[in-house]
Design a binder for this molecule. Structure first.
Ligand code: 5GP
Length: 263
């Protein structure tokens, strides 16, 4: 209202002149309106602040970290479901790669990001013998591993394809496995896959002392209902090569003392 009065009379009369000629009620209305404008500006400011925060949140959410998961084959097999060895033979008694999963920093993750870039084994033929050793499948029925690798690429790998193409994705996972020998780290602290029980805190601290970052330990349950060491998660940056502190950890529960079954 104040603005309308100003623009209508701008050429001949000043605003104060005009106000002085108005009845008291009209001036009160102008005052209320001006207070409302202040509030409206305040609200506009708050809205813009909120929009800014949403942008910051989206940036935060879209910034990627990558979880790298290794599984203990003994714990995959030692369940009610059991397991099948791959057609290429029993995998080594060592942690095997499960996958490299791009994650948002809030813990959620994208999946199946590009149906036009399906798994193509001819792009990684030079890596297959390493994959058979370090990324063996234990799912039934027995197969060579390509079903597992193709699932990992299609579901997870395609979501970081702008940084890691198929060859770089599988190579990054294999190189991390060579760089961080989780079994050796645990064994050098007397934590062996011998069917014994070890404290969860000693497993965690042994790994974090060795690699400098906190791992996440996932447990599953064996046929007798014992909590056992199943998977170990560490986080890497989006290039897939440098360890970082995990922005968040998955939810899950292990016992305070967990079994490390043999394989
Ligand atoms: P993800 O947890 O990566 O989203 O899904 C794993 C998928 O790969 C499941 O469908 C599972 O049946 C299949 N798979 C095939 N071989 C293996 C294996 O050795 N370990 C695990 N964890 N999953 C496997």
């Amino acid at each position: 209202m104040l603005m309308r009065l100003q623009s209508k009379n701008k050429s001949s009369t000043s605003l104060d002149d005009l106000k002085s000629r108005l009845p008291l009620e009209a001036n009160l209305m102008i005052k209320r309106s001006s207070t409302r404008n202040k509030w409206s500006n305040h609200l506009k400011g708050a809205a813009s602040e909120a929009r800014k925060n949403i942008r910051v949140y989206s940036l935060y959410r879209s910034a990627m970290a990558t979880s790298r998961i290794e599984a203990w084959p003994g714990s995959y097999c030692d369940t009610k479901k059991s397991c099948c060895y791959p057609t290429t033979g029993k995998p080594p008694s060592d942690f095997g790669i499960h996958g490299l999963w791009p994650n948002y920093k809030d813990g959620s993750y994208p999946s199946n990001c590009d149906p036009n870039n399906s798994y193509d084994q001819s792009k990684i033929s030079d890596l297959i013998s390493r994959m058979q050793q370090d990324w063996a499948t234990l799912a039934c029925p027995s197969n060579s591993g390509s079903t597992f690798w193709s699932h990992e690429w299609d579901k997870h790998g395609t979501c970081s394809e702008s940084v890691l193409d198929q060859h770089s994705y599988f190579r990054a996972a294999l190189n991390l496995k060579s760089k961080i020998d989780l079994l050796q780290i645990l064994q050098s602290a007397g934590i062996n896959p011998d069917g014994g029980f070890y404290s969860l805190s000693s497993i965690k601290s042994t790994i974090s002392n060795a690699i400098g970052y906190t791992p996440y330990i996932e447990c599953n349950v064996d046929e007798d209902g014992n909590s056992q060491l199943y998977q170990i998660y560490v986080c890497v940056d989006s290039s897939g090569s440098n360890l970082i502190e995990c922005p968040v950890f998955p939810r899950g529960k292990c016992g305070s003392s967990i079994e490390f079954p043999s394989f």
